[in-house]
Every structure is written in C-alpha cells, then in structure tokens.
Design a protein around this ligand. Structure first.
Ligand SMILES: Nc1nc2c(ncn2[C@@H]2O[C@H](COP(=O)(O)OP(=O)(O)O)[C@@H](O)[C@H]2O)c(=O)[nH]1
Ligand SMILES: [Mg+2]
Length: 694
C-alpha cells in the first residue's frame, strides 16, 4: 500500500548501546500488529537484529527499517546501532527521518553515546524526544532520568506519558495528552482504561505542563492560554505539532518495552503530533552549485536520495531510497544524476526488517527500497530525466581506528579488493586505501569492533587468509633553512651522450604550503624546453626525502643556473640532474621529520578522568581543554601525535572499562627530533628498499 506525503512519519530510535532500542522497535511492531509475536534480543530472532553478525554478537550493527500503520498514518521506524563503531548507520537514519527519539536507560540516566547523538541532532535542528526504558527495574526512576536529561542537554523535557509505579509495582503508563491509562497485560498488548484516582493529581500536573508547551508553539495560542488559563484538545494538538516541528518542545515518554507497555500512546503521539516530512530541514542539496535546503514536496518532478546500500543473502543488492520530491514508480523514467546514467527502476519495495513488500509507488517523504540497481550507490541522487538536482553527501566523522591488511596468498589480492569495495559501500564510515608510500592496504573504521567484524567476514565468509599489523604513520620531511646545490649529470663516452647541469636554491615554506617551483633562469643557461624536466626531477626528489624516504613538503625550489649541451642534453638528463641537486641541497638545509598531529576529543565518566589524562600525557598529548558535560561526564580536548593513537580505541576501552568514547581528526604536521625521530628513521630504513641512485 502507498501513502501520500501528508500521511508519512519517519522516526529514528537511537541512543547508547543496551538502552533497549531494538526491544522497543520489536515491541512497537508487535503493538502495531506488524508481527504476531515479539522476540527478545537474546533469542537472535528480532526484526531489528537480523544479520548473522548481529545474531552472533547480540548487538545492533546495521540500521533496520520497518513501518506501522497507526491512525491512518504510515510510521517508518528506524532501529539504529548504539555503539559508536556503527555511527554511520545512525547518521543516515537521522537524515532519513524528521523525528529522532533517544532511549535513556531509566536506571542510569543519559550515557555517553547519547550525549554525542544529541549534539549531532542539535546540529541538524532535528526535532527529538526521549523514551525512558527499563522502569520495571527496581533502580528505574522516570523523574531521575528526566532530571539527568535536563542537566546534560540543557532543555526541559515535557512528559507525554508518565509511569504508574516502578520496579515490581510498575503497572503501565498514563497518556497525559489523551487522558487515558494503559495497563500491562503480560505478553498481550496493553489495554486502555480510565486514569486511576491515585494518579489523577500527577496526570493533571503533567497535562498543565503539556498545555504550556503547546502554547509555546504559536503566538495566538499563547495569548489564548494567558487569557483563559487553558487550551482545548484541538488547540493542544495544533500547538504541540508546531512546537515540535520548531524543536521548541522535547517530549518525554515512559515505558517497559519487554512488558509491551508505553507503546500505544507513543505510536499515537508520532501519528498525531510527530513532524510531517514537509517540515524537514535536513535534505540540503546542491542546485546550480550552491547548497540549499530543499523541502520535501510531492508536487515537483522526482528527486530521491540513496541513503544506504545493503546486500541481502536472498535479495542481493538493496538501495534504500528516500524520496524528496515527486513520486517514484516502477515506470518512472529516471536518471542517476551522480553517475550521469539512466536508471531502470523495476520493482519498488517497502520492508519490515528483512522482509520486502512490493509497492506501486513511493511518495515524497517516504522511504523504500530498489533492488539490484546497476548504478545506484549510497549518496547518489535519482531524478527525473533532465532534472539536475544533486544531493549533498552525508557528512560522517573521520575513522578512528586503522589496521593494515594483506592477503596471505597473492592470488587472493583481487578477491580481497572486491570485498573491501563492497564493505565500504555498505558502511560509509569504513574506508580502505592502498598506501603507495608504505605499500600496504589500510582499512579504517570507527572503532576496533567495526574493523574486527570486517576482518571476520574476510576470513569466515570470503575464506581469505589475511595478515594484519599496525599501520605505518605517514611521516613527512621538510627543511629548516635555506641551502643550494648543483649537480651535473654527464655521460658522454661513446654514442649519444647525456648532459645537464642544474643549480638549485631551496628554502622553507610555511607549514601546509607544500611546494613552490620558481624558474629564475635568465639568458638561457637552461633552455625553456628542458625546464619541465627539471621540475619533474625536483618532484621525484621530493617524493622520497633524504632522512627516511618520506615525502618532502613545504619547500620552495628555485632553479637559478645551469648548463646545457647542444647535442647531448635531454629532458631526462635535466631530470636526473635536478633530482640529485635537490637531494644534495636538502642534506644541507637541516632537514627534519614531521609527524601528523590529531585533534582528539574524549568523553569519559569523571571517575576515569585522572587515568585518561595521565595516559594522554604519556602519549605526548597536549591537553587543550576539559569541561564537565554534566551528570558526571567529562569532555577532554587534546592534540596528540597520530603515532600514539594507533591503538587508542583499545587503550581507552581498557582504561574506562568500555565506557569512554572518542573522536579524532587530522590537524597539522609538527616536527619531531631526538630519540623519537631516530626510531622513525631506523624503522623506515629497515622497511624501505632505498631507491638506487642513478
Ligand atoms: N528490564 C528491562 N529490560 C529491558 C527493557 N528493554 C530492553 N531490555 C533489555 O536490555 C537489553 C538490551 O536491549 P536491546 O534492545 O538490545 O538494546 P539496544 O542496544 O538499545 O538495542 C536486553 O537484554 C533487553 O532484554 C525493559 O524495558 N526492561
Ligand atoms: Mg539494538
């Protein structure tokens, strides 16, 4: 069945690992009548965690999509992974949805990954809410959890549902908006009834706050509220819709998914109040080269975005599509704008987890699947023929963990290469790169877990034996003072000779300026047609420095003089002369090694702060700042050499018992000297077969 734009709601469920997302997703599908019975995560049979790697590890690794019909609306739900290793699928789910609900464990409050996700959503101005889970546990406490949300997110969440009892006395929730109570019925769906007298006062107080939140949504409602002291149900709904779309209001929900509790009022809220795709912001695209936000609109020609690519054992390649404009049908004449190729659509599906359901069409705002597409890749734009829109690629964080890998047997190289291409397409945070400098294939991801899962697949599914090691750091070399040198390349014995003489002056450039070539020859000491040869020689010289063979950067090279021979000179002769002149000059210019310095951000519980700080100082880190996020969580910013961070995901995990989280990005190159430089040179020499001098 197809739903028009105004009937669609897209919601992501996200939050720290183990807070109950997949369980909530499963029970919502059960409550919504999609599945006849609900399974537990431990059984390995949930809709959300259905891949072999998820079943094996009992955690979510990939985003899962399913949909529920409620009050005539189609709710597309996305269950996302909690571990920061799989942040790629969380971010693509955020982009595909107009509303994100963060699960908060009712026993512990807001945890580290949830703080990071909240910030990401804030950056997208995405409407969001919180769902407090596990209130059937003795330590579960809704109010404490909401206080923690207030402290860490600096907003006041407004309860839409409140629990009746907690721990062993937990009975269900009250839907404050619709003034109903929902009672736990064991394994059966919850049932609605009147609000029990003992909760009447709490429900009335909560309703008062909800009315205030609704009044905030609209100036005319606010006037009315101030005038009359209240709003009727219709006004309340209208005000809440506006307040949520404008993210002025953060709704809070209570529940115990394992007891099928708190689900129906949650679905009602999404169906009745949840943002409609038409109000979406996060779909920026390039139009005529400038980045603009394009509203979701069914009345325009087709434009759709490939949000994800997955490979299913039975259905093959699946391209997940969010339709932004117009409507997608099997007959649509479309083009893949990114590849500039025609795209034959064929069948279109929606899905309930792994189960595909064919549909006639998908309207703007909806999310669905095209199978076995020849050209579509994640981030590609699909549009009507001639439509030139091109969506901006998803921005993802930089990888934090890398491993160098090579096939044990040379014959497996191609197979390994093919697998890596596909793995990188399936998860855009996973990258691989052949480093010509260090002659190794480096695979990188958001953590050790993500990289290990890929390595397991290489070994188990692909049956490729691989060797792994810690990757080499991409050091650089540069000079610290001016120097000059000349070199004559000469072979004039018998036959056609070779002759070229080059005199170079080199000088340091500011960090990051890389290279500048100046031809300062006057009067034809080197004829013009040989200058390109000179520059080639210089570039060859810079490709492998004289200290440890690393690329040379930030050098100005000036050709000041030379000599040629009318018969024996050639471009090759000048290239060889220039390369040797450069090397000679570099040796005299007090060369130094440079190492990459990373910006590191770490989130830790405050009890681990001291240990993390002293570990960082042992890693030659410079602390740039440290601040409390609230609720006992600290954020540290530091600059640390990349060489010290190659195993940081492992180190931080052991220091913080797995609770710490970090991100890194390259910042700049900085000189190294002394023992550290000696070590680098020694390792490089052992590793590198030095290019033979001509
Ligand atoms: N007591 C209790 N346990 C829950 C509840 N929701 C989930 N769990 C358990 O918490 C664990 C993690 O749940 P899961 O759904 O995999 O969390 P996710 O990592 O956020 O997807 C599982 O053992 C669930 O059975 C709840 O409401 N109450
Ligand atoms: Mg999960």
């Amino acid at each position: 069945m197809s739903y028009t734009t105004d009937l669609i709601k897209n919601v992501s469920i996200a939050g720290h690992g183990g807070t109950g997302k997949t369980t909530l997703f499963e029970r919502l599908l059960f409550a919504g009548g999609v599945i006849p019975r609900a399974e537990t995560v431990e059984s390995g049979k949930t809709v959300g965690d259905s891949s072999p790697e998820e079943i094996e590890r009992k955690i979510s690794i990939h985003a899962a999509l399913a949909h529920i019909e409620r009050n005539g609306k189609k709710i597309n739900l996305l269950d996302t992974p909690g571990s920061s290793d799989f942040i790629g699928d969380v971010i693509l789910s955020f982009r595909a949805s107009e509303f994100a609900v963060l699960t908060v464990d009712g026993r512990t409050g807001v945890q580290i990954e949830t703080i990071k996700l909240w910030r990401n959503l804030e950056g997208r101005e995405k409407p969001r809410g919180v769902f407090v889970t596990k209130l059937d546990d003795e330590r579960g406490n809704y109010q404490n959890a909401l206080d923690d949300v207030r402290e860490k997110f600096k907003i006041a969440p407004v309860p839409v549902t409140i629990p009746m009892g907690n721990g062993a006395s937990y009975q269900g929730v009250i839907d404050v908006l619709n003034e109903k109570a929902y009672f736990v019925q064991g394994d059966a769906p919850e049932t609605a009834g009147a609000v029990p007298a003992e909760y009447a006062a709490a429900a009335a107080a909560a309703r008062e706050r909800l009315i205030e939140a609704a009044a905030e949504g609209d100036d005319s409602l606010m006037e009315k509220y101030i005038d009359k002291g209240s709003l009727d149900a219709e006004e309340m709904h209208r005000g809440l819709i506006e307040a949520l779309a404008e993210h002025k209001f953060v709704p809070a929900f209570a529940g115990v998914a394992l007891k099928n509790s708190g689900l129906i009022p949650f679905l009602d809220f999404i169906a009745d109040i949840g943002p409609n795709p038409r109000t979406a912001r996060d779909v920026s695209l390039e139009e005529g080269g400038t980045q603009t936000d394009i509203p979701i609109d069914p009345d325009k020609p087709l434009a759709a975005l490939v949000i994800k690519t997955s490979y299913d054992q039975f259905s093959g390649k699946l391209s997940w599509i969010k339709v932004i404009r117009g409507k997608l049908t099997a007959e649509t004449e479309a083009q893949n704008v990114s590849e500039n190729k025609k795209e034959r659509i064929g069948k279109i599906y929606t899905c309930q987890g792994k189960k595909l359901e064919e549909v006639r069409e998908l309207y703007a705002g909806d999310v669905g699947i095209i199978s076995k597409s020849a050209t579509l890749k994640t981030n590609d734009t699909l549009s009507d023929i001639g439509g030139g829109v091109n969506f901006v690629h998803l921005r993802l964080p930089e990888p934090v963990h890398s491993v160098a890998v090579n096939a044990a047997a040379k014959k497996d190289d191609d197979k390994l290469g093919e697998f890596l291409v596909r793995a990188a397409e399936e998860d855009k945070t996973f990258r691989y790169q052949y480093n010509t400098e260090t002659k190794e294939t480096v695979i990188s991801g958001m953590g050790e877990l993500q990289v290990n899962i890929i390595l397991d697949k290489i070994k188990q599914n692909q049956k490729i034996e691989v060797e792994t090691h810690v990757p080499h750091v991409a050091y650089r070399e540069t000079i610290t003072k001016k120097a000059g040198a000349e070199y004559t390349h000469k072979k004039q014995t018998g036959g056609h000779g070779q002759y070229g003489k080059v005199l170079l002056e080199i000088a340091p450039l500011p960090r990051g300026e890389n290279y500048q070539f100046i031809n300062a020859i006057f009067g034809g000491a080197i004829p013009k047609n040989y200058i390109p040869g000179v520059e080639k020689g210089v570039l060859e010289g810079m490709a492998a420095g004289t200290m440890a063979g690393y690329p040379v950067v930030d050098v100005e090279v000036k050709v000041v003089d030379g000599k040629y021979h009318p018969v024996d000179s050639s471009e090759l002769a000048f290239k060889l002369a220039a390369r040797n002149a450069f090397r000679e000059a570099m040796r005299q210019a007090s060369p130094t090694l440079l190492e990459p310095i990373m910006n590191l951000t770490v989130f830790v519980e405050d009890k681990y702060l001291g240990d993390v700080m002293s570990d960082l100082s042992g890693k030659r880190g410079k602390i740039q700042g440290q601040a409390s996020v609230g609720g006992g969580i600290e954020e540290i910013k530091a600059q640390v050499p990349q060489a010290e961070l190659l195993r940081y995901s492992i180190d931080l995990r052991s220091i913080t018992s797995g609770t710490g989280s970090f991100s890194v990005e390259f910042d700049h190159y900085a000189p190294i000297s002394g023992k550290i430089a000696e070590e680098v040179i020694k390792t490089a020499q052992a590793f590198r077969v030095q290019e033979a001098e001509e």
